[in-house]
Ligand binder design. Sequence first.
Ligand SMILES: [Ca+2]
Length: 363
Amino acid sequence: MRNKRTLIILGVLVITAAAFIYRSLQNMNGPTDREGPGAFFMSQGNLAASFNQELTGQLKVLPEQLKVQVKINDSLVFEATNPPAIIPLKISIKGLPLGSYRLRVISKGSTGVNSEDERVLYVVSDVAPKSWSLEVVRQYPHNDSSFTQGLCFYKGKMFEGTGDPQTVGATMVAEVELATGKILKRRTKPQPIFGEGITVMNGEIYQISWKNDSCFVYDAGTLSPLRYYTYSGEGWGLTHDENTLIMSDGTEKIYFRDPKTFKVLKVLSVYTNQGPINYLNELEYIDGLIYANVWMSNIIAVIDPLTGRVLSTIDATEVVKKGKGTGEVLNGIAYNPTTQKTYLTGKYWPSLFEVKITQAKAR
Ligand SMILES: [Ca+2]
């Protein structure tokens, strides 16, 4: 008896679900066709265009359309009245920064009704990244209890910032002796602070935090806390150019911040000619370019700080094999401008490396 009732209830449910799905399909195939856009991109899916070049494509225009417009975000980039059935498009995107945009074809039908075909436009890099090679020059010991999140040099001294995945109060900024890996000075932060990237600018260490919305500032000589700034969003990597802090947040974005206020001055999206590079992590500004660890990979992206274009990639697999031990991912790029030497390490790695990066031919 009970089983029979269950069967009946199940049967009713199945019939109801089937009817619902059938009606949904009817709706998809039926009215949508009639109410669909009066003009649309003939290609499927989203569109891409190369930096400073042209957006090309074709529009299909249905009968009785009075006007067709193309907008990138809210800017009108193309317009035609009494449009033909097929419109070839060639729209300059000069000056449009790398990134994703809302791309719409808006058509006005003879009944006065506007309809839209909306896609995403990706403005990608106009250059394919070159492949630069890396070789190990020297190997140094590194404290394998340091969950490295930031590494840099200032006036010949090496500084390291760590995070705290075990929530035991392991977040610190430290001055570390290169030759021995010995921590010479340290300043810790209690949990829940989870330290991330660090950089030293004008005698002050900046240390961002993962999800604590805070950037802490210390005196680089004494490691005494000086002040802090708040921001919103995650903090991952940190470096600086001549005047500006440069920060990553685990996305494809790079933020340029005022070191006096921590306010965002400029945001770049980092793209190759294929698309965005996500998970940008530890950063280092070397000779006018931004180097970024890509989280969970052995790749370092070399980024043009003016446009966000990835100019080169460096495969650090050999360094990872040699240095990781039982540690985690590659994370830590430091450049000593005095000696012009570059160093790499990783989270909980027992080793730190001086490396030589060689620029090579295009792929
Ligand atoms: Ca660094």
